[in-house]
Ligand binder design. Sequence first.
Ligand code: 9WN
Length: 433
Amino acid sequence: MNKQKLLSDAKKILKENWRTTNTVPSAKLYPHQWNWDSGFIAIAYSNFDQKKGQTELLSLFQGQWKNGMLPHIIFRARSDYFPNEKFWQSKISKDAPELETSGITQPPMQAIAAWHIYENAKNKTEAKKFLEIIYPKIIKFHEFLLNQRDPEKTGLVTIFHPWESGLDNSIRWDSALRKVKPKNLPNYKRTDNKKVDSSQRPSDDDYDKYVYISQILKKYNYDNKKAYKHVPFRIKDIIFNTILIEANYALLRIAKVLKQNPKKINTWIKKSEKSYHKYFFEDGFYYDYDLISKKRIKIKTIASLIPLYLTHVKNKEAKKIFENIDKSFSCQQCTVHFKLATSLNVSDKNFNPMKYWRGPIWLNVNWLLYEGLKKHKMYYEARELKHAMLDLVNKSGFYEYFNPNTGQGIGIKDFSWSAAMIIDLILEKRERF
Ligand code: 9WN
């Protein structure tokens, strides 16, 4: 494998997807700024372009709402993407910012990315100034999440929409969505399924439900308190909350650099960690918790593996979680054996190697597992996972997701976070093996 060529191809993609202050996930399919994508992308920049990394994250906060929410999309260009700014109508909320945005959020990668920027910075003075600006904004976002999005007062965030999970049509949401019965839907036209083979994208039924849930949030002008009882999708999501806890650990490190009082952050971490096991753990596995049915969603997906990324999970427990990747999450009868975690366990009857978050391999979540393996000192396994990621992209290109049976790249090509993860894997200085 020619790593230098892989690196320069990845950088070229980010360069082509750069738009003045931020990077679009894909010029063709996702031509705006996305919340958690910007986090992964900023991590890549932290390795070779400190300024761009800082700008990427700061530009995201231009879309921050007055109540602290960081929206999942900031609309900065004209495009035919659906749902667009006219659909979201963010201005119906008293909290909306000047920029046009969506009305929901996504997993909070920003503190983690900001810490990577500081850690890798050549110019520490600049990086510290950047931390000074971004720190209160991130605090405000986490405050929003832990105050307005945790009415159950557990220390764990409740998501209101499958898009907030970042794993939109994951099979984890099927049982909750089955009870959602869309009515009075507005006329709308999908464009995503014209740009990518529609059989790989979420179904029309899924989209009707995504639109319907958004309509309910709009009905209450995005007032979380008022919408809470009416929104038909309320989930304690493992991936979202795992990222939040680790983001709070990153905030602690930032607070130390800035000599800020960490008391509030410590309280958040303690509370979230206390509830984590109680809500998510059953029969040796981690599952999301559905607040409406009051049950865990007992399907083994990539989400069950993500607790590996947690600092507070013991090394022994992390080992057990990892063993499941080999047993159930990587392809057994494949022509090419990529030891990477699939988005759904391969023996599930609904496993589909081609359909969005219902089978394919995604690089961002595998990168989280890779970071988790290092946190838990499983360096050999981490190295294997890293090489599998590099190998896959080297063979198949910078696609959005990959067929685990064949390694074929699917979804959109020249996808920013796939490029970003490869850049970080090649340039990271955190590797300790
Ligand atoms: C809806 C941008 C985003 C990612 C999500 C991914 C996909 C959007 C869509 O693309 O979602 O937010 O239109 O399908 O599921 O994780 O942030 O890359």
